[in-house]
Ligand binder design. Sequence first.
Ligand code: TXA
Ligand code: MG
Length: 363
Amino acid sequence: MRLVRGTEVLPVDPMAPDRFSLERAAEVIRGGGLVAFPTETVYGLGANGLDGEAVRRIFQAKGRPADNPLILHFDALEAVLPLVREVPDWARELARRFWPGPLTLVLKGARLVPAAVTAGLDTVAVRVPDNAIALGLIRAAGVPIAAPSANLSGKPSPTTAEHVVADLAGRIEMILDGGPTGIGVESTVLDASGDRPRILRPGGVSREALEEVLGPLDEPVTASDRPRSPGMKYAHYSPDAALYLVEHPNRDWVARTVRELARRFLAEGRRVGIIVGAEHVDAYLALAGPDRLTVMSLGRGDREVAANLFAALRAMDERGVEVLICEGYPETGLGYAVMNRLRKAADRIVKPDGADLEGKGGS
Ligand code: TXA
Ligand code: MG
């Protein structure tokens, strides 16, 4: 155990969490305090989900707008039932298939759910995380745990305990350090409160996997479609650097454009970062001005790219990068969630024909 600005940081084995650590963390939760813990997606910032006062402390610690509702975390579907009014058969089927795992279902909420959790909506978001520390904590606490991602509002979600320390040490009681999270993007949020399922936020369960169970899904909800997904109106995942996202199916065009942009900003004397897939790193290493240029690879394939994305965004900020240029990725599998996050983070989306689009689609 170490203390950082008054916050206890407790290393816990993610494969076999010890009872002592879980019990200490559960005591904090039961006492109305805040504990950050790993899930399979990103770190969460947990409080007793039945205690409105404790939940309000989450919003204070993160600087989160009070009208953006939270996800309640449970250890099993049976535990969810008392807190919702209705679970359609198809949603039950999804729960059986994907829980524990990175799928959040938005259901009609029961009165028992504090308004602080739902931001006053009559729906509630629920999920069963696939992480032994998270499940052990929920069981030890004996209550559902309300938890958003454990970052300061507007920062990329944390995928390591160090990310949580950087954002929240001194503001919360405890951090359970279970090492890096596996998936790296947040859960898929699916609206199951109406007649038809709709993706509110792409995430760790791919659209293709959902469609195997549900058949073809409607187009995802857009920012103008409020208040179905209140989180959408906020700018998310914004690194400090100005982010240029270069998108096109033609990889040569992307590589050429990224190089041109990088040359231009380096010539202006600015600190430049480039984030690319492993396949393309070599194409950028030959650029001049290496002391002002940082090139990072997210790895190979949608899963590696998702797992490394948020850590790379944070690392670029730590290096003082002023202009960050990111390649777009194919939108299959977890690539769909990756592109959703990058578009939200982008100040500019660069496409052919000078048809640049203003980014920050969610703000
Ligand atoms: O993977 C995850 O989902 C992580 C881990 C910690 O579980 N949690 C997470 O929570 O990403 P947060 O608060 O950062 O994002 C929750 C999203 C927000 O976009 C919020 O607007 C949406 O879920 N949401 C929550 N309750 C909702 C509701 N009743 N109706 C519609 N959207 C809701
Ligand atoms: Mg979040």
